[in-house]
Design a protein around this ligand. Sequence first.
Ligand SMILES: NC(=O)c1ccc[n+]([C@@H]2O[C@H](COP(=O)([O-])OP(=O)(O)OC[C@H]3O[C@@H](n4cnc5c(N)ncnc54)[C@H](O)[C@@H]3O)[C@@H](O)[C@H]2O)c1
Ligand SMILES: [Zn+2]
Length: 419
Amino acid sequence: MTETVFTYGSPSLKFGSGSSDEIGYDLSTYGARRVLVVTDPGVAATGHPQRIADQIKGYGIEAVVFDRTHVEPTDESIREAVEFGRSEGPWDAFVAVGGGSAIDTAKAVNLLTTNEGDLMEYLNAPVGQGRAPNQPLKPLVAVPTTTGTGSESTTICVLDVLSLKVKTGISHPRLRPTLAVVDPLLTFTQPAGVTAACGMDILCHALESWTARPFTSYDRKQPEQRVPYCGSNPIADMWAERALTLLAGSFRTAVHDGEDAEAREQMALAATFAGMGFGNAGVHIPHANAYPIAGRVKDFLPAGYPHDEAMVPHGMAVSLTAPEAFRFTFDADPQRHVRAAELLGGAASEGADALPNALTSLMRDIELPNGIGGVGYDEGDVEDLVDGAVKQQRLLATAPKDVTEDDLATILRGSLELW
Ligand SMILES: NC(=O)c1ccc[n+]([C@@H]2O[C@H](COP(=O)([O-])OP(=O)(O)OC[C@H]3O[C@@H](n4cnc5c(N)ncnc54)[C@H](O)[C@@H]3O)[C@@H](O)[C@H]2O)c1
Ligand SMILES: [Zn+2]
């Protein structure tokens, strides 16, 4: 029997300029007396986390700032944050101020200060044991400062397991933040390179959830088998479509003029909308490919990011194979692919070319690297990248058609140079 049911989950949301000035009040309604504010050094330097901590203190709530989140967290950096959380706790609530890196780190600290056990046990199988928390978590207020991941709405925490050279995650409904406070004013200081990479993450969240395998195509689940990611469904579709329209109107401007308030606000809305969509539908091939593209980086140093180590930022890693991935998925639902290209305002070409061309035209305008070759990979790396992508079966299963290792190799090879 095929599926007839889909689910929808999201945090409470407070959106708008100045919304981050009210967090002390929000925490007081939870009865919080002592909270941990989690951030990273780059975001700390903007002054937003300390300002928010001071505002929280105004409500008689103790607020301690932890600013050692690693940009794109690793098992090591999360362990350090958890040790801090465990030794300096207990905490009544957590506040994450930053991009996906800070929000995901706060999710892990919340999990591992309220539940026993080691990080590895909670990681998705087969890397970890996929252990589920048996204790409730504390309230988590997520305050995104990038316009990208949508982590403020999702049930996942993504991290790099250094010893195994794999990116994986923890996924459980209890990780979802209690409240998302999206204040566009916090996003103005994102460097252009961060705005570009994070914006491509929004775009791929919207496109991948919009083209995901429909929820009705799965086998019927038992109640205890339900997962947060249902495949495309009418509610997630609505968020995805709207996110695409917002991106079409604001993405290029936000990258080239970071002070444009309207563009920044539209991007913040787009990130939130796409997060609410993909957080329930799921993502597929570009995200599966992004794991090895980011995880096996050689010496690429992206503009706008800390230069203490090589990295391919998440949104950039996701975007580099997106044009070819959507060329591959086109025949699963041509109408949706063409519609997406139209929404992006780039339907200059037709059929299977429409969406890839709309994407590459945007990527050139915002100065993304020209394919995976642009971040240091060549033909000789394709096999290794396929090997990493094929391990992301949970994501590949959300693709609208079966994906073989040969298909992944064709997509990756076609993405060595995009224009
Ligand atoms: N949990 C999820 O649902 C989810 C979804 C997608 C990606 N992710 C993960 O999120 C991480 C990426 O997060 P991200 O793309 O939001 O970026 P990020 O948190 O890694 O931040 C990127 C850089 O921008 C800086 N920065 C952030 N906001 C700033 C601001 N307002 N002003 C100045 N500098 C600022 C940071 O210091 C950092 O150097 C990755 O680890 C990725 O795997 C998680
Ligand atoms: Zn993403």
